[in-house]
Design a protein around this ligand. Structure first.
Ligand code: NAP
Ligand code: ZN
Ligand code: ZN
Length: 347
């Protein structure tokens, strides 16, 4: 077994702290990765604090992982020692169902194996994430990372990147579309970059007036403050799509009114409580509410390659591991520009 240093939550109430545990030795098809950086996703906060009601402790969060291959199992063909690689939100799936066969392992009918806060396929080993020195992952769930991009900016692509890239591709968002991105945090800033890069006209919908300048720098063509009644009114029937990245409970109906005929609000944000949706908000304008979960392994690789080709990375604030609890508090106040990334050398 491989002794591994990490930061973990022991329960839903106490701050994260140092924790040692053991990873498995690489099996036939496994890759051992020395973690260099790990992004801090709002899903880490939801799960550390048991806001989704499914938390398993001790919990080492982190699913925006980049690092270098340290060792490979004898059956590994895709990677070799020294390669720069990434791991996102999944480390396994059943591999047999329709979703898995189509490379959409995130929708595995038997449930994908989360990188942390999950049981591995053996049904008893708790998976532990990227706020740690190293990780062992089956080669089929490891991504190739280009060394052309700054590695700390690549880490958030593994969740914030793919979670926004995938629905924009699924709904074929591009030239001629008016798209609104709701919430300018980790996911939101990647959504703006991708939607603008795909040729859409992008409006940032935010509760933070101080983010207007950044939204435009990130690629948004327009900015609207959702706390301002008049600005909201002026947006009635405006958008083909709204990509909703908001992490806290909010009124969907207000935003549905901003959709054009046949418009779609795609929810990727996952607040802990359900929100009532008025039938009328949908009926008037044949509108839809949809959801989307991260992305499959082939599409995650496609996204990473797209980013390398188009020079797209996340805007990050690099922190030391002992700043992670403070980073959580700042994210809860919307004070993140636009992703915290932990430098794992500080562990
Ligand atoms: P984040 O960095 O904290 O950003 C969330 C943003 O939402 C904030 O910066 C803020 O933007 C806005 N916001 C917060 N509270 C709000 C409120 N009450 N009303 C309106 N806007 C509010 O979070 P993130 O890491 O991007 O994650 C966002 C959500 O996506 C989380 O719920 C996370 O669990 C979920 N998620 C889902 C998937 C998936 O596969 N579907 C994957 C990853 C994450 P402004 O300051 O601009 O208003
Ligand atoms: Zn995430
Ligand atoms: Zn499956």
């Amino acid at each position: 077994m491989l002794p591994t240093k990490s930061y973990a939550a022991q329960d839903s109430k106490t701050p994260l702290g140092p924790y040692s545990f053991e990873r498995r030795e690489p099996r036939e098809n496994d890759v051992l990765i020395e973690i260099s950086h790990c992004g801090v996703c709002h899903s880490d906060i939801h799960q550390v604090r048991n806001e989704w009601g499914n938390s398993i402790y001790p919990m080492v969060p982190g699913h925006e992982i980049v690092g270098r291959v340290k060792k490979v199992g004898p059956g590994v063909t895709k990677f070799k020692e020294g390669d720069l690689v990434g791991v996102g939100c999944m480390v396994d799936s059943c591999r047999e169902c329709e979703s898995c066969k189509h490379g959409e392992e995130q929708y595995c009918e038997q449930g994908n194996t989360g990188t942390y806060n999950a049981y591995e396929r053996d049904g008893k080993t708790i998976s532990q994430g990227g706020y740690s020195s190293q990780i062992v992952v089956d080669q089929d769930f490891v991504l190739k990372v280009s060394d052309k991009l700054p590695i700390e900016g690549v880490a958030p692509l593994l969740c914030a990147g793919i979670t926004t890239y995938s629905p924009l591709r699924h709904w074929k968002v591009g030239k001629g579309h008016k798209v609104a991105v709701l919430g300018l945090g980790g996911l939101g800033h990647m959504a703006v970059k991708f939607a603008a890069s795909f040729g859409a006209e992008v409006t940032m919908l935010s509760t933070s007036p101080s983010k207007e300048k950044d939204a435009k720098r990130l690629g948004a063509h327009h900015f609207a403050l959702t706390k301002d009644r008049d600005q909201v009114k002026a947006l009635a029937n405006k958008f083909d799509f709204i990509l909703n990245t908001v992490s806290a409970p909010h009124d969907y109906n207000m935003y549905l009114g901003m959709l054009k005929l046949n418009g779609v609000m795609i929810c990727v944000g996952a607040p802990e409580v359900p929100t009532p949706v008025s039938a009328f908000a949908l009926i008037m304008g044949r509108r839809s509410v949809a959801g989307s979960l991260i992305g499959g392994i082939p599409e995650t690789q496609e996204m990473l390659d797209y980013c390398a080709e188009h020079n797209i990375v996340s805007d990050v604030e690099v922190i030391a591991i002992d700043q992670v609890n403070e980073a959580y508090e700042r994210m809860l106040k919307g004070d993140v520009r636009y992703r915290f990334v932990i430098d794992m050398k500080s562990l």
